[in-house]
Design a protein around this ligand. Structure first.
Ligand code: PRP
Ligand code: HPA
Length: 178
């Protein structure tokens, strides 16, 4: 486990001043380029879930980088994967939640038939910053009467205290950065 975490950490690149001045952007693309690092990420998510939650029905991934990790994890459990997308991308009836960003607003949505009431759902994304996106995803699934089991991310930017926004749900990050 320690080795897998070390491999993952060595696979995250930092770009200063992207996408705007003063930001240090953590880039997870090298994890996907290296199949050993990618397997390590999925292994760590899988063992966390197996250790803590006996039953999971569905994995829900956040647009867009949650889509990279969620399907592989869902396959490990033989369960389905559903998409939570930025507004306007999903056809048919959807449930929508708007949330505030640092500047302005954003909206995410899910198809209403993606989740059945009472299903045990794990939400996954690449990174937790302010937690606004993950909190909105929790609100969306709660409105569909899902039972949210846990929120998973590869990276948590700890000083932004995103996990505090999700206080009623367990948050698990593979890596934490200051
Ligand atoms: C990033 C990241 C998370 C979110 C975290 O996505 O992948 O989804 O921001 O930020 P928060 O915790 O402050 O809400 P982004 O909005 O850049 O979208 P993208 O995946 O489409 O690039
Ligand atoms: N990396 C990737 N996505 C992000 C970041 C970051 O450092 N901060 C907010 N979203």
């Amino acid at each position: 486990e320690g080795d897998k975490r070390a491999l993952l950490r060595s696979s995250v690149r930092e770009f200063l001043d992207f996408p705007s001045p003063g930001i240090c952007f953590r880039d997870i693309t090298p994890i996907l380029k290296d199949p050993t690092a990618f397997s390590a990420a999925i292994d760590l998510f899988e063992s966390y879930l197996r250790d803590h939650f006996p039953k999971i029905d569905l994995i829900a991934g956040l647009d867009s980088r949650g889509f990279l990790f969620g399907p592989a994890l869902a396959q490990r459990f033989g369960i389905g994967f559903v998409l939570i997308r930025k507004k306007g991308k999903l056809p048919g009836p959807t449930e929508c939640v708007s949330y505030s960003l640092e500047y302005g607003k954003a909206e995410i949505e899910i198809q209403v038939d993606a989740v059945d009431p009472g299903q045990k759902v794990v939400i996954i994304d690449d990174l937790l910053a302010t937690g606004g996106t993950m909190a909105a995803a929790c609100e969306l699934l709660k409105r569909r009467n899902a039972d949210i089991v846990a929120c998973l991310v590869v990276i948590e930017l700890s000083p932004l205290k995103g996990a505090e926004k999700l206080k009623s749900y367990p948050v698990h990050a593979l890596l934490q950065y200051d």
